[in-house]
Design a protein. Structure first.
Length: 499
Protein backbone atom coordinates (compact mmCIF):
# COMPACT_ATOMS: atom_id res chain seq x y z
CA UNK A 1 0.00 0.00 0.00
CA UNK A 2 1.26 3.44 -0.91
CA UNK A 3 2.22 5.72 1.99
CA UNK A 4 2.04 9.50 1.97
CA UNK A 5 4.86 10.81 4.14
CA UNK A 6 5.86 14.28 5.30
CA UNK A 7 7.76 16.85 3.24
CA UNK A 8 10.34 18.62 5.39
CA UNK A 9 13.43 20.52 4.33
CA UNK A 10 12.85 19.93 0.63
CA UNK A 11 12.58 16.15 0.79
CA UNK A 12 10.28 13.30 1.75
CA UNK A 13 10.61 12.33 5.41
CA UNK A 14 9.11 9.04 6.51
CA UNK A 15 6.70 9.13 9.40
CA UNK A 16 8.30 8.14 12.70
CA UNK A 17 5.29 8.09 15.02
CA UNK A 18 4.10 4.65 13.92
CA UNK A 19 0.60 6.06 13.45
CA UNK A 20 -1.10 6.07 10.07
CA UNK A 21 -4.49 7.09 8.79
CA UNK A 22 -6.45 5.52 5.91
CA UNK A 23 -7.00 7.36 2.64
CA UNK A 24 -10.05 6.09 0.78
CA UNK A 25 -11.19 6.29 -2.83
CA UNK A 26 -14.69 7.70 -2.28
CA UNK A 27 -15.97 6.17 -5.53
CA UNK A 28 -15.14 2.61 -4.50
CA UNK A 29 -14.97 2.80 -0.71
CA UNK A 30 -11.57 1.09 -0.84
CA UNK A 31 -8.58 2.18 1.23
CA UNK A 32 -5.94 2.93 -1.39
CA UNK A 33 -3.28 4.74 0.63
CA UNK A 34 -2.11 5.37 4.16
CA UNK A 35 -0.87 8.70 5.46
CA UNK A 36 1.69 9.17 8.20
CA UNK A 37 0.34 11.02 11.23
CA UNK A 38 2.92 13.28 12.81
CA UNK A 39 3.86 13.29 16.45
CA UNK A 40 4.59 16.48 18.37
CA UNK A 41 8.31 15.85 17.85
CA UNK A 42 7.86 15.58 14.08
CA UNK A 43 5.91 18.84 14.00
CA UNK A 44 8.70 20.46 15.98
CA UNK A 45 11.25 19.18 13.45
CA UNK A 46 9.30 20.82 10.62
CA UNK A 47 8.98 24.09 12.52
CA UNK A 48 12.69 24.14 13.36
CA UNK A 49 13.52 23.50 9.71
CA UNK A 50 11.28 26.40 8.69
CA UNK A 51 12.80 28.60 11.40
CA UNK A 52 16.29 27.96 10.10
CA UNK A 53 15.22 28.61 6.50
CA UNK A 54 13.67 31.92 7.53
CA UNK A 55 17.09 33.30 8.47
CA UNK A 56 17.93 33.40 4.77
CA UNK A 57 14.55 33.55 3.03
CA UNK A 58 13.30 36.38 5.23
CA UNK A 59 16.24 38.50 4.06
CA UNK A 60 15.96 37.54 0.39
CA UNK A 61 15.21 40.14 -2.23
CA UNK A 62 11.78 40.58 -3.74
CA UNK A 63 13.33 39.82 -7.11
CA UNK A 64 14.56 36.45 -5.86
CA UNK A 65 11.16 35.56 -4.42
CA UNK A 66 9.17 36.56 -7.49
CA UNK A 67 11.56 34.66 -9.77
CA UNK A 68 10.63 31.48 -7.89
CA UNK A 69 6.92 32.31 -7.90
CA UNK A 70 6.80 32.93 -11.65
CA UNK A 71 8.51 29.58 -12.23
CA UNK A 72 6.10 27.95 -9.78
CA UNK A 73 3.09 29.36 -11.58
CA UNK A 74 4.34 27.86 -14.86
CA UNK A 75 4.89 24.44 -13.27
CA UNK A 76 1.45 24.42 -11.66
CA UNK A 77 -0.10 25.24 -15.01
CA UNK A 78 1.83 22.45 -16.70
CA UNK A 79 0.83 19.91 -14.02
CA UNK A 80 -2.76 21.01 -13.42
CA UNK A 81 -4.23 17.78 -14.82
CA UNK A 82 -1.97 15.68 -12.60
CA UNK A 83 -2.95 17.69 -9.51
CA UNK A 84 -6.62 17.40 -10.46
CA UNK A 85 -6.30 13.63 -10.78
CA UNK A 86 -4.89 13.40 -7.26
CA UNK A 87 -7.83 15.47 -5.98
CA UNK A 88 -10.38 13.27 -7.75
CA UNK A 89 -8.76 10.04 -6.53
CA UNK A 90 -8.86 11.05 -2.85
CA UNK A 91 -11.67 13.60 -2.59
CA UNK A 92 -13.99 12.19 -5.24
CA UNK A 93 -15.00 15.41 -7.02
CA UNK A 94 -15.33 15.24 -10.79
CA UNK A 95 -12.31 16.17 -12.87
CA UNK A 96 -13.78 19.46 -14.11
CA UNK A 97 -14.40 20.57 -10.51
CA UNK A 98 -10.86 19.57 -9.58
CA UNK A 99 -9.44 21.55 -12.49
CA UNK A 100 -11.50 24.54 -11.40
CA UNK A 101 -10.01 24.22 -7.92
CA UNK A 102 -6.48 24.33 -9.29
CA UNK A 103 -7.36 27.36 -11.44
CA UNK A 104 -8.66 29.30 -8.43
CA UNK A 105 -5.51 28.44 -6.50
CA UNK A 106 -3.40 29.70 -9.39
CA UNK A 107 -5.05 33.11 -9.03
CA UNK A 108 -3.37 33.54 -5.64
CA UNK A 109 0.00 32.41 -7.00
CA UNK A 110 -0.40 35.10 -9.66
CA UNK A 111 -1.18 37.65 -6.95
CA UNK A 112 1.97 36.55 -5.11
CA UNK A 113 3.99 37.07 -8.30
CA UNK A 114 3.10 40.76 -8.04
CA UNK A 115 4.13 41.08 -4.41
CA UNK A 116 6.66 43.79 -5.33
CA UNK A 117 3.88 46.35 -5.74
CA UNK A 118 2.06 45.18 -2.59
CA UNK A 119 5.08 45.67 -0.31
CA UNK A 120 6.17 49.11 -1.48
CA UNK A 121 5.37 50.77 1.83
CA UNK A 122 4.68 54.48 2.40
CA UNK A 123 6.84 57.56 2.86
CA UNK A 124 6.04 61.02 4.19
CA UNK A 125 8.82 63.57 3.81
CA UNK A 126 9.32 66.71 5.90
CA UNK A 127 6.68 65.91 8.50
CA UNK A 128 8.75 68.22 10.67
CA UNK A 129 12.05 70.03 10.23
CA UNK A 130 14.23 67.52 8.32
CA UNK A 131 12.10 64.64 9.60
CA UNK A 132 10.80 61.85 7.34
CA UNK A 133 8.47 58.99 8.29
CA UNK A 134 8.39 55.65 6.44
CA UNK A 135 5.97 52.76 6.96
CA UNK A 136 7.21 49.34 5.93
CA UNK A 137 5.94 45.78 6.25
CA UNK A 138 8.12 42.85 7.26
CA UNK A 139 7.53 39.07 7.46
CA UNK A 140 6.48 37.37 10.69
CA UNK A 141 8.75 34.31 10.59
CA UNK A 142 7.35 30.76 10.64
CA UNK A 143 3.64 30.62 9.85
CA UNK A 144 1.33 27.62 9.62
CA UNK A 145 -1.73 26.60 7.60
CA UNK A 146 -4.35 24.01 8.58
CA UNK A 147 -6.54 23.19 5.60
CA UNK A 148 -9.75 21.19 4.96
CA UNK A 149 -10.53 18.13 2.86
CA UNK A 150 -12.92 19.81 0.44
CA UNK A 151 -10.29 21.83 -1.43
CA UNK A 152 -6.98 20.01 -0.89
CA UNK A 153 -5.08 22.13 -3.44
CA UNK A 154 -6.92 25.44 -3.62
CA UNK A 155 -7.05 26.34 0.07
CA UNK A 156 -3.33 25.62 0.67
CA UNK A 157 -2.63 27.84 -2.35
CA UNK A 158 -4.77 30.54 -0.74
CA UNK A 159 -2.18 30.58 2.05
CA UNK A 160 1.43 29.62 1.39
CA UNK A 161 2.17 31.48 -1.89
CA UNK A 162 1.38 34.83 -0.27
CA UNK A 163 3.10 33.86 2.96
CA UNK A 164 6.38 32.95 1.28
CA UNK A 165 6.15 35.91 -1.11
CA UNK A 166 6.07 38.14 1.96
CA UNK A 167 9.26 36.47 3.22
CA UNK A 168 7.84 33.96 5.71
CA UNK A 169 8.46 30.24 5.84
CA UNK A 170 5.50 27.88 6.01
CA UNK A 171 4.38 24.65 7.67
CA UNK A 172 1.26 23.16 6.06
CA UNK A 173 -0.96 20.62 7.83
CA UNK A 174 -3.45 19.45 5.18
CA UNK A 175 -6.45 17.22 5.75
CA UNK A 176 -5.44 13.64 6.40
CA UNK A 177 -8.39 12.50 4.26
CA UNK A 178 -6.83 13.63 0.94
CA UNK A 179 -3.16 14.46 1.55
CA UNK A 180 -1.44 13.75 -1.78
CA UNK A 181 -2.16 17.06 -3.51
CA UNK A 182 -0.32 18.99 -0.77
CA UNK A 183 2.83 16.96 -1.27
CA UNK A 184 2.67 17.51 -5.03
CA UNK A 185 2.37 21.27 -4.51
CA UNK A 186 5.47 21.19 -2.29
CA UNK A 187 7.46 19.09 -4.78
CA UNK A 188 6.68 21.51 -7.59
CA UNK A 189 7.71 24.44 -5.39
CA UNK A 190 11.13 22.86 -4.90
CA UNK A 191 11.39 22.27 -8.64
CA UNK A 192 10.59 25.96 -9.16
CA UNK A 193 13.59 26.88 -7.00
CA UNK A 194 12.01 27.46 -3.59
CA UNK A 195 14.83 26.89 -1.07
CA UNK A 196 14.61 23.83 1.16
CA UNK A 197 12.71 24.43 4.37
CA UNK A 198 10.67 27.39 3.13
CA UNK A 199 7.60 25.18 2.51
CA UNK A 200 7.07 22.07 4.66
CA UNK A 201 4.15 19.64 4.84
CA UNK A 202 3.34 17.61 7.95
CA UNK A 203 0.39 15.26 7.90
CA UNK A 204 -1.56 14.44 11.00
CA UNK A 205 -4.61 14.68 13.17
CA UNK A 206 -5.41 16.69 16.30
CA UNK A 207 -1.98 15.90 17.75
CA UNK A 208 -0.30 17.74 14.89
CA UNK A 209 -2.82 20.59 14.98
CA UNK A 210 -2.32 21.20 18.69
CA UNK A 211 1.44 21.03 18.28
CA UNK A 212 1.29 23.87 15.75
CA UNK A 213 -1.14 25.91 17.85
CA UNK A 214 1.07 25.65 20.90
CA UNK A 215 4.52 25.87 19.29
CA UNK A 216 6.40 28.99 20.47
CA UNK A 217 8.15 29.43 17.11
CA UNK A 218 4.95 29.58 15.04
CA UNK A 219 3.98 33.23 14.69
CA UNK A 220 0.63 32.90 12.91
CA UNK A 221 -1.95 30.28 11.96
CA UNK A 222 -4.36 30.24 9.02
CA UNK A 223 -7.31 27.84 9.10
CA UNK A 224 -10.31 26.91 6.98
CA UNK A 225 -12.89 24.41 8.26
CA UNK A 226 -16.03 24.06 10.33
CA UNK A 227 -17.17 26.70 12.81
CA UNK A 228 -16.61 24.63 15.98
CA UNK A 229 -13.03 23.86 14.95
CA UNK A 230 -12.43 27.43 13.75
CA UNK A 231 -13.51 28.71 17.16
CA UNK A 232 -11.14 26.22 18.85
CA UNK A 233 -8.25 27.18 16.54
CA UNK A 234 -8.80 30.86 17.22
CA UNK A 235 -9.09 30.50 20.97
CA UNK A 236 -6.12 28.16 21.36
CA UNK A 237 -3.75 29.94 18.98
CA UNK A 238 -4.59 33.37 20.39
CA UNK A 239 -4.03 32.10 23.93
CA UNK A 240 -0.55 31.11 22.77
CA UNK A 241 0.17 34.59 21.45
CA UNK A 242 -0.34 33.91 17.77
CA UNK A 243 -1.98 35.90 15.02
CA UNK A 244 -4.98 33.91 13.74
CA UNK A 245 -7.32 33.88 10.78
CA UNK A 246 -9.84 31.05 11.19
CA UNK A 247 -12.53 30.70 8.56
CA UNK A 248 -15.52 28.67 9.72
CA UNK A 249 -18.71 27.20 8.33
CA UNK A 250 -21.63 28.66 6.46
CA UNK A 251 -25.30 28.53 5.62
CA UNK A 252 -25.38 30.55 2.43
CA UNK A 253 -28.73 31.93 1.29
CA UNK A 254 -30.00 32.92 -2.12
CA UNK A 255 -32.87 35.43 -2.04
CA UNK A 256 -35.05 35.23 -5.16
CA UNK A 257 -37.39 38.17 -5.73
CA UNK A 258 -40.62 37.91 -7.78
CA UNK A 259 -39.11 39.86 -10.70
CA UNK A 260 -36.11 37.52 -11.08
CA UNK A 261 -35.38 35.45 -14.17
CA UNK A 262 -36.53 32.16 -12.65
CA UNK A 263 -34.77 29.99 -15.22
CA UNK A 264 -31.47 31.71 -14.45
CA UNK A 265 -32.18 31.48 -10.72
CA UNK A 266 -32.96 27.75 -10.98
CA UNK A 267 -29.79 27.11 -13.00
CA UNK A 268 -27.77 29.00 -10.40
CA UNK A 269 -29.39 27.21 -7.48
CA UNK A 270 -28.63 23.78 -8.91
CA UNK A 271 -25.01 24.52 -9.74
CA UNK A 272 -24.37 26.35 -6.46
CA UNK A 273 -26.11 23.80 -4.24
CA UNK A 274 -24.99 20.55 -5.83
CA UNK A 275 -21.63 21.36 -7.42
CA UNK A 276 -18.76 19.48 -5.80
CA UNK A 277 -21.50 17.44 -4.06
CA UNK A 278 -22.25 20.45 -1.86
CA UNK A 279 -18.95 20.02 -0.03
CA UNK A 280 -17.90 23.65 -0.15
CA UNK A 281 -18.29 26.49 2.30
CA UNK A 282 -19.66 28.76 -0.42
CA UNK A 283 -22.39 26.35 -1.55
CA UNK A 284 -25.90 27.75 -1.64
CA UNK A 285 -27.78 25.59 0.85
CA UNK A 286 -30.89 27.74 1.38
CA UNK A 287 -33.07 29.42 -1.24
CA UNK A 288 -35.49 32.05 0.06
CA UNK A 289 -38.37 32.48 -2.38
CA UNK A 290 -40.26 35.76 -2.01
CA UNK A 291 -43.94 36.09 -2.83
CA UNK A 292 -45.82 33.81 -5.20
CA UNK A 293 -42.88 32.43 -7.17
CA UNK A 294 -42.02 29.59 -4.76
CA UNK A 295 -43.90 26.75 -6.43
CA UNK A 296 -42.63 27.63 -9.91
CA UNK A 297 -39.05 28.03 -8.72
CA UNK A 298 -39.07 24.72 -6.83
CA UNK A 299 -40.39 22.91 -9.88
CA UNK A 300 -37.70 24.40 -12.11
CA UNK A 301 -35.00 23.37 -9.61
CA UNK A 302 -36.43 19.86 -9.40
CA UNK A 303 -36.47 19.45 -13.18
CA UNK A 304 -32.82 20.41 -13.44
CA UNK A 305 -31.65 18.45 -10.41
CA UNK A 306 -33.15 15.23 -11.71
CA UNK A 307 -30.95 15.45 -14.79
CA UNK A 308 -27.61 15.66 -12.94
CA UNK A 309 -25.49 12.59 -13.66
CA UNK A 310 -23.79 11.16 -10.59
CA UNK A 311 -20.78 8.90 -10.97
CA UNK A 312 -17.04 8.43 -10.42
CA UNK A 313 -15.02 11.61 -10.66
CA UNK A 314 -12.74 10.17 -13.33
CA UNK A 315 -15.70 9.49 -15.63
CA UNK A 316 -15.90 12.50 -17.99
CA UNK A 317 -19.69 12.16 -18.17
CA UNK A 318 -20.12 12.52 -14.39
CA UNK A 319 -21.40 15.88 -13.13
CA UNK A 320 -21.27 15.06 -9.41
CA UNK A 321 -19.13 12.59 -7.52
CA UNK A 322 -19.41 10.83 -4.14
CA UNK A 323 -18.96 12.30 -0.67
CA UNK A 324 -15.60 12.11 1.06
CA UNK A 325 -16.42 9.33 3.58
CA UNK A 326 -19.19 6.86 4.31
CA UNK A 327 -19.70 8.44 7.73
CA UNK A 328 -20.22 11.85 6.18
CA UNK A 329 -22.60 10.37 3.62
CA UNK A 330 -24.68 8.86 6.41
CA UNK A 331 -24.74 12.13 8.35
CA UNK A 332 -25.95 14.05 5.29
CA UNK A 333 -28.64 11.42 4.67
CA UNK A 334 -29.89 11.76 8.25
CA UNK A 335 -30.92 15.38 7.62
CA UNK A 336 -33.02 14.34 4.63
CA UNK A 337 -34.62 11.42 6.45
CA UNK A 338 -35.63 13.62 9.36
CA UNK A 339 -36.79 16.60 7.29
CA UNK A 340 -40.45 15.57 6.89
CA UNK A 341 -40.82 15.07 10.64
CA UNK A 342 -39.68 18.66 11.12
CA UNK A 343 -42.20 20.16 8.71
CA UNK A 344 -40.45 20.05 5.34
CA UNK A 345 -41.78 18.68 2.08
CA UNK A 346 -39.23 16.27 0.58
CA UNK A 347 -39.39 17.07 -3.13
CA UNK A 348 -36.31 15.00 -3.98
CA UNK A 349 -34.84 12.31 -1.73
CA UNK A 350 -31.26 11.42 -2.65
CA UNK A 351 -30.67 8.92 0.13
CA UNK A 352 -30.09 5.32 -0.84
CA UNK A 353 -28.55 6.26 -4.18
CA UNK A 354 -25.93 3.90 -5.65
CA UNK A 355 -23.92 3.69 -8.85
CA UNK A 356 -23.76 0.42 -10.76
CA UNK A 357 -20.35 -1.19 -10.42
CA UNK A 358 -19.44 1.11 -7.53
CA UNK A 359 -21.92 -0.05 -4.94
CA UNK A 360 -19.48 0.44 -2.04
CA UNK A 361 -18.78 4.08 -2.91
CA UNK A 362 -19.90 6.95 -0.70
CA UNK A 363 -22.88 7.83 -2.86
CA UNK A 364 -25.82 10.06 -2.20
CA UNK A 365 -28.23 11.64 -4.63
CA UNK A 366 -29.50 15.20 -4.82
CA UNK A 367 -32.09 16.19 -2.22
CA UNK A 368 -34.51 19.12 -2.40
CA UNK A 369 -36.51 20.17 0.65
CA UNK A 370 -39.35 22.68 0.38
CA UNK A 371 -41.25 24.69 3.04
CA UNK A 372 -38.33 24.25 5.43
CA UNK A 373 -38.73 25.84 8.85
CA UNK A 374 -35.99 27.95 10.38
CA UNK A 375 -36.05 25.87 13.57
CA UNK A 376 -35.39 22.58 11.74
CA UNK A 377 -32.04 20.78 11.83
CA UNK A 378 -31.75 20.83 8.04
CA UNK A 379 -31.83 24.63 8.12
CA UNK A 380 -29.83 25.39 11.26
CA UNK A 381 -26.87 23.08 10.63
CA UNK A 382 -24.19 23.23 7.96
CA UNK A 383 -24.97 19.95 6.17
CA UNK A 384 -22.03 20.12 3.72
CA UNK A 385 -23.70 17.86 1.18
CA UNK A 386 -26.06 17.99 -1.82
CA UNK A 387 -29.14 19.10 0.12
CA UNK A 388 -30.97 22.29 -0.84
CA UNK A 389 -33.55 23.85 1.49
CA UNK A 390 -36.25 26.20 0.17
CA UNK A 391 -37.90 28.68 2.52
CA UNK A 392 -40.79 31.02 1.76
CA UNK A 393 -41.36 34.66 2.73
CA UNK A 394 -43.96 37.16 1.64
CA UNK A 395 -41.72 40.22 1.33
CA UNK A 396 -38.15 41.31 0.66
CA UNK A 397 -37.90 42.65 4.22
CA UNK A 398 -38.92 39.28 5.70
CA UNK A 399 -36.34 37.53 3.54
CA UNK A 400 -33.52 39.84 4.63
CA UNK A 401 -34.54 39.49 8.29
CA UNK A 402 -34.54 35.69 7.94
CA UNK A 403 -31.05 35.67 6.43
CA UNK A 404 -29.64 38.14 8.95
CA UNK A 405 -30.96 36.02 11.83
CA UNK A 406 -28.63 33.18 10.83
CA UNK A 407 -25.53 32.84 13.02
CA UNK A 408 -23.49 32.36 9.84
CA UNK A 409 -22.48 35.20 7.54
CA UNK A 410 -20.19 33.76 4.90
CA UNK A 411 -21.79 34.47 1.54
CA UNK A 412 -25.22 35.30 0.18
CA UNK A 413 -26.86 36.21 -3.12
CA UNK A 414 -29.88 38.00 -4.50
CA UNK A 415 -31.58 37.33 -7.83
CA UNK A 416 -33.54 40.26 -9.20
CA UNK A 417 -33.84 42.58 -12.19
CA UNK A 418 -34.25 45.60 -9.90
CA UNK A 419 -31.05 47.58 -9.32
CA UNK A 420 -32.52 49.44 -6.38
CA UNK A 421 -33.43 46.21 -4.60
CA UNK A 422 -29.97 44.81 -5.28
CA UNK A 423 -28.34 47.95 -3.91
CA UNK A 424 -30.40 47.78 -0.71
CA UNK A 425 -29.57 44.11 -0.32
CA UNK A 426 -25.81 44.51 -0.57
CA UNK A 427 -25.92 47.22 2.12
CA UNK A 428 -28.47 45.62 4.46
CA UNK A 429 -27.36 42.00 4.40
CA UNK A 430 -25.02 40.79 7.16
CA UNK A 431 -22.51 38.69 5.27
CA UNK A 432 -18.92 39.07 4.15
CA UNK A 433 -19.45 38.21 0.48
CA UNK A 434 -22.49 39.19 -1.59
CA UNK A 435 -23.55 38.14 -5.07
CA UNK A 436 -26.00 40.00 -7.29
CA UNK A 437 -27.34 37.47 -9.79
CA UNK A 438 -24.15 35.53 -8.97
CA UNK A 439 -24.82 32.45 -6.81
CA UNK A 440 -21.32 31.83 -5.42
CA UNK A 441 -19.67 35.21 -4.85
CA UNK A 442 -16.11 33.98 -4.28
CA UNK A 443 -13.88 37.02 -4.88
CA UNK A 444 -11.07 37.00 -7.42
CA UNK A 445 -7.59 36.65 -6.01
CA UNK A 446 -6.84 40.36 -5.60
CA UNK A 447 -9.91 40.86 -3.39
CA UNK A 448 -10.09 39.11 -0.01
CA UNK A 449 -12.28 36.13 0.92
CA UNK A 450 -14.05 35.89 4.26
CA UNK A 451 -17.33 36.01 6.10
CA UNK A 452 -18.92 37.63 9.13
CA UNK A 453 -20.30 36.35 12.43
CA UNK A 454 -19.65 32.62 13.06
CA UNK A 455 -18.05 32.24 9.64
CA UNK A 456 -14.82 34.03 10.59
CA UNK A 457 -12.74 34.25 13.75
CA UNK A 458 -9.95 36.81 13.67
CA UNK A 459 -9.53 40.22 12.09
CA UNK A 460 -8.21 39.31 8.66
CA UNK A 461 -9.89 37.72 5.66
CA UNK A 462 -7.85 35.38 3.50
CA UNK A 463 -5.78 36.29 0.40
CA UNK A 464 -5.98 39.67 -1.33
CA UNK A 465 -4.81 42.72 0.64
CA UNK A 466 -6.00 41.18 3.92
CA UNK A 467 -3.85 38.13 3.29
CA UNK A 468 -0.77 40.24 2.67
CA UNK A 469 -1.40 42.24 5.83
CA UNK A 470 -1.93 39.03 7.80
CA UNK A 471 1.45 37.60 6.76
CA UNK A 472 3.35 40.83 7.49
CA UNK A 473 3.61 43.28 10.35
CA UNK A 474 3.99 47.00 10.08
CA UNK A 475 6.92 49.07 11.20
CA UNK A 476 7.15 52.86 11.17
CA UNK A 477 10.58 54.49 10.92
CA UNK A 478 11.01 58.16 11.83
CA UNK A 479 14.28 59.66 10.59
CA UNK A 480 16.00 62.98 11.14
CA UNK A 481 19.33 63.84 9.53
CA UNK A 482 21.21 67.08 10.17
CA UNK A 483 21.80 69.21 7.13
CA UNK A 484 25.25 68.61 5.59
CA UNK A 485 26.06 72.31 6.02
CA UNK A 486 26.05 71.68 9.76
CA UNK A 487 28.89 69.18 9.61
CA UNK A 488 31.51 69.53 12.36
CA UNK A 489 34.39 71.92 11.76
CA UNK A 490 37.08 70.21 9.77
CA UNK A 491 34.66 67.99 7.85
CA UNK A 492 34.20 69.37 4.34
CA UNK A 493 31.28 67.84 2.44
CA UNK A 494 31.38 70.51 -0.24
CA UNK A 495 28.28 72.38 1.03
CA UNK A 496 28.32 76.12 1.69
CA UNK A 497 27.89 77.07 5.32
CA UNK A 498 26.05 80.32 4.74
CA UNK A 499 23.01 79.19 2.73
Amino acid sequence: MRTVNHWIGGKTVEGASGNYGPVTDPATGEVTTQVALASTAEVDAAVQTAKEAFQTWGQSSLAARTKVLFAYRALLDAHRDEIAELITAEHGKVHSDALGEVARGLEIVELACGITTQLKGELSTSVSNRVDVAAIRQPLGVVAGITPFNFPAMVPMWMFPLAVACGNTFVLKPSEKDPSAANKLAELAKEAGLPDGVLNVVHGDKVAVDALLEHPDVAAVSFVGSTPIARYIHTTAAANGKRVQALGGAKNHMLVLPDADLDAAADAAVSAAYGSAGERCMAISAVVAVGSIGDTLVEKIRERAEKIKIGPGDDPTSEMGPLITAAHRDKVASYVKGAADQGAEVVLDGTGYTVDGYENGHWIGLSLLDHVRTDSDAYRDEIFGPVLCVLRTETYEEGVALINASPFGNGTAIFTRDGGAARRFQLEIQAGMVGVNVPIPVPVGYHSFGGWKDSLFGDHHIYGNDGIHFYTRGKVVTTRWPDPSEAPVGVDLGFPRNH
